[in-house]
Design a protein around this ligand. Structure first.
Ligand SMILES: NC(=O)c1ccc[n+]([C@@H]2O[C@H](COP(=O)([O-])OP(=O)(O)OC[C@H]3O[C@@H](n4cnc5c(N)ncnc54)[C@H](O)[C@@H]3O)[C@@H](O)[C@H]2O)c1
Length: 314
């Protein structure tokens, strides 16, 4: 496969992280877009820089791929423009924020490039192992599923736009929830149904929720409990635990994992969670791996939209 010529849109934390993955497999960052040109220049010294997607598309005629890593509310319009221009696009999650209508993107996908949504946690080795173990029946019938995506967040450790719902689409429920519900759907199946939830603003200066506790269910016997938190202390015991009638699987926040079931013992080491999953994800994007397109991820956002509609932030 020949080296891809990639446009990176958004030169913040994630733009840099994706650029590392692109270079790691021998592809080239050809151009970078950021409203701040100094930031754009810092991503790759060999890349051309632009302040808008339109400007980059007008000047660059041999791009084949784009990565979108801008604040979330811009993803839908930028994806639509880049897909319509015929590029294959890896868009950071969420591919749109709650309330935005993806109809124009759907239209662009009929005739343009393809869309792959960046769900980095699904590219963790442990998540892949648990998806397979559950699909192969190694854990038996799943009884309980506990996912705790809980982070110690110091004041100012995230850019301010994360707490402005007009830009982020909401708080921890959408920003981390897209990962949590995406992997719950990948492990437990498409029948995951919202049951009840509580949304709480922990930091009173935030407009958006910092904590979300969600109970979902699959069929008659599986309960999924998913907690997402940004808190000003070190939350203990975060990670994923799945227990079935034949065994248990665990994934820790450092990426290490274990599966212990009748006749099955497997485990994996910790990983560099800021690097390894992004290289694996870029490889999946290049290989056109199924499961990360618009229609695969829309139900996750619809579930989050349902929770925002039914549950007040208190
Ligand atoms: N997959 C993951 O693990 C993960 C982790 C963190 C963030 N994210 C997602 O990545 C995205 C980016 O997050 P971040 O933390 O890197 O944000 P950031 O604020 O660090 O970077 C965003 C960059 O986009 C630029 N920008 C803003 N508006 C722009 C526009 N209209 N056109 C071009 N550039 C523009 C900003 O100047 C900034 O450099 C978000 O959607 C976030 O949800 C994903």
């Amino acid at each position: 496969m020949s080296a891809r010529r990639v446009l990176v849109v958004g030169a913040g934390v994630m733009g840099h992280r994706h650029a590392v993955a692109v270079r790691a497999v021998g592809d080239q960052i050809a151009a970078v877009v950021d409203t701040d040109l100094a930031r754009a220049s810092a991503v790759d010294s060999g890349a051309s820089t632009y302040t808008s997607v339109q400007e980059a598309l007008a000047q660059e005629h041999d791009l084949d791929s784009a990565i979108i890593a801008t604040p979330s509310a811009g993803h839908l319009v930028q994806s639509t423009e880049l897909v319509a221009a015929g590029l294959d696009v890896l868009v950071e999650k969420p591919h749109r924020v709650p309330g935005q209508d993806p109809a124009l993107l759907r239209d662009a996908l009929r005739t343009g490039g393809r869309l792959f949504v960046g769900m980095s946690t699904r590219h963790w080795a442990g998540v892949k192992a648990v998806v397979s173990a559950v699909a192969d029946g190694e854990l038996g019938e799943i009884l309980t599923y506990n996912d705790r995506m809980q982070f110690h967040l110091e004041e100012d450790s995230l850019p301010g736009w994360y707490f402005n719902s007009a830009v982020s689409g909401g708080g921890v429920l959408v920003t981390n929830g897209v990962h949590a519900f995406d992997r719950a759907r990948a492990i437990l199946g498409e029948e995951l149904q919202f049951h009840t939830a509580a949304l709480k603003r922990v930091n009173p200066s935030h407009e958006t929720e910092d904590h979300a506790s969600v109970i979902a269910r699959v069929g008659e016997s599986t309960i999924a409990s998913i907690d997402m938190s940004w808190v000003p202390f070190d939350p203990i015991g975060t990670g994923l635990i799945v227990m079935g009638t034949r065994g248990t699987a665990r994934i820790y926040m450092d990426g290490s994992w274990s599966i212990s079931a009748i006749g099955v013992e497997r485990s994996g080491p910790s990983i560099n969670i800021d690097r390894a999953p992004f290289i694996s994800q870029w490889t999946s994007f290049r290989d056109e791996e199924a499961g990360f397109g618009l229609d695969d991820l829309e139900p996750t956002l619809e579930l989050i939209e349902q929770i925002y509609q039914e549950v007040p932030v208190v």
